[in-house]
Write a protein that binds this ligand. Sequence first.
Ligand SMILES: [Zn+2]
Length: 252
Amino acid sequence: MKCFSILLSLGILAIPRLFAKEPAKVVILKLDDFSSRTEVPTENWQRVVDYIHEHNLTASFGMIGRDIKRATPAFCEWIRGQQESGRIEFWNHGLTHQRVEKDGKKVAEFQEPFAAQVDTLEQTQRLGEEKLGIVFTAFGAPFNAINADTAKALEAVGIKVWLYGYGSAAREGGYTGVLLKRSVNLEKTTSVPDFNFFKKQYLEKNPQSPLVLQGHPHGWSEERFAEFVKIVAFLSEEGYVFMKPSEYAAGK
Ligand SMILES: [Zn+2]
């Protein structure tokens, strides 16, 4: 007992708690628009999935409700298996991923009024639960296009993590979840990862952890994928740990 209290006073018993702390450098891969070729992922997506497993990484994939609707039972099973592997987390990426013309302006799904946003969020949540057996914890808006009602809608539906959430919009809308903000970019333009472009921003901006990196693997040819691999290798050398959005948020 005496020994126990000495260890306690020296702070030694607190050491395991220190190890349980979040790593100093975290990277979260936010890979959008996960898509299939009927019953299996497209070749470009499969290359990314294989790489994640082979290198013991983790990543997160944005799932569009429309694609869950048309997914075959076999493909739903495949998605569930990936989520259960613990290496990939699927998240709510809206229902339609479309822009519609209204009064001469293109309006995205999360630029509609509050009730419509709640509806679109809930429909995708329900599709995830019913067809995939997955409760999506995180959300990212298609085109990252939102309005002042988005934060309120996320709060109303109970979405705990907002990928590329905006601080001011979240505060004004009373959002209480975790914001994972954008700092540097993996892709130079949509679907084009570029190692030199990434490294330049990284060195100039000296971004804070977590790095939340957006990509669109549907358009990653082998050549583009090679740039992604270079970025992953660079971050690993820099001491970054790959985490999933919900895993990171759980430590907050
Ligand atoms: Zn998207």
